[in-house]
Design a protein. Structure first.
Length: 362
């Protein structure tokens, strides 16, 4: 591939009437600029890929500063505040610098990023929504999907009076999954002794931890496989033998499976009974803490059983944002980082044939 350079000589004209001078205009470049419009289009298109600024600058034969200026200019055209708020929102945060978290919110139905704020503090979030959206626009929001961040609850109730809060179901499952795994580790460490029989139990509980966290309905009860330290066994048989090592492990595992079954069946009444039952004996401290957290969020968990919205889209967006940050080796300027994110996701959702047209129109 050969680089093609266009040498452009600008002709000056002098007006004999008013005495002013002016330069001839062309559609190839903007007034007072030496970078062609096609080059700027290529910069914006390449910025939608996971490329460093230096790589984009080398491909387009301009400086890295020029690349960032084009990205910032194009990102300003994506002003979503004028369109108001959608009926269904999703909140989350991501890390953009050491010890600093940024807040983002999206349209949960389309996955479109609405805006990104440099701080996740409640005061900053309130100021942002009050400044950019009217009270009538905020009253039209019907649902807001969040993770189990308790700080968002008070903000949502204040900003969106008619919105119902939905707790993402993945975070609910993750909560009890981690507490069950911590319980397994605590019991497993009790067998870390000098006795051969205890050592065998310790190694089995350590090696096959995934089977203990698996749903009972997903365990195979018909296919025999070879399991190290067990021999030829059924998957369900391996789990049952591991549970026989400790009564506490068996009790906690049974409760864990009941909670997962309630999540899967969207059976809120059963979940409420399991969470509010305080007379259970043998429940580990970590699982008790998780049950306390679930009790605190029960009204919002009920909404997650009614509505189908979740944080899947925004979590996927966060993964891509982290890739952009890693490729760029970090950003010191948050505004530059935000512009790059907006360019990336805006042009990813547009057909390649329409990208250049949209840039020129902007």
């Amino acid at each position: 591939m050969k680089r093609t350079y266009l040498k452009l000589n600008k002709q000056r004209f002098h007006c004999k009437v008013c005495g002013q001078t002016f330069v001839a205009k062309t559609s190839l470049v903007d007034e007072g600029c030496f970078i062609s419009k096609d080059t700027k289009c290529q910069i914006a298109i390449k910025a939608s890929e996971a490329m460093t600024l230096k790589a984009i600058a080398q491909d387009t034969a301009v400086s890295s500063a020029s690349v960032q200026r084009v990205i910032n200019k194009e990102a300003k055209a994506f002003n979503h505040h004028v369109d108001g708020l959608p009926k269904h929102l999703s909140f989350d945060e991501f890390k953009f610098a050491k010890g600093r978290m940024a807040f983002e919110y999206i349209n949960v139905e389309t996955g479109e990023i609405l805006d990104i704020i440099a701080s996740r503090f409640n005061v900053t979030i309130k100021d942002h929504f009050i400044t950019h959206y009217s009270w009538q626009e905020r009253k039209q929001v019907e649902t807001v999907t969040i993770d189990m961040n308790a700080g968002y609850v008070s903000v949502i109730n204040e900003l969106f009076p008619n919105a119902k809060i939905i707790i993402d179901r993945f975070h609910l499952t993750q909560l009890v999954n981690r507490s069950m795994n911590k319980t397994r580790i605590q019991i497993m460490n009790q067998f870390h002794t000098s006795k051969n029989e205890d050592q065998k139990k310790y190694r089995r509980l350590k090696r096959y931890w995934r089977l203990l966290l698996k749903r009972e309905t997903d365990l195979s009860s018909t296919t025999y496989r070879y399991y190290k330290m067990f021999g030829q066994r059924l998957e369900s048989s391996v789990v049952q033998e591991c549970l026989s090592y400790s009564e506490t492990l068996r009790i906690n595992h049974a409760l864990y499976q009941q909670i997962l079954r309630a999540f899967g069946d969207r059976d809120f009444n059963t979940l409420e009974q399991l969470v509010t039952a305080r007379s259970a004996v043998g429940i580990s401290s970590t699982l008790r803490t998780s049950l306390k957290t679930l009790r605190k969020h029960l009204p919002y968990i009920a909404n997650s059983f009614i509505y189908s919205y979740n944080n899947g889209r925004i979590e996927g967006i966060n993964n891509k944002i982290k890739v952009l940050n890693r490729v760029a080796y970090g950003y010191r300027n948050f505004n530059n980082y935000r512009s790059r994110i907006m360019i990336h996701f805006k042009f990813k959702a547009v057909e390649p044939s329409q990208q250049k047209t949209n840039i020129q129109a902007a």
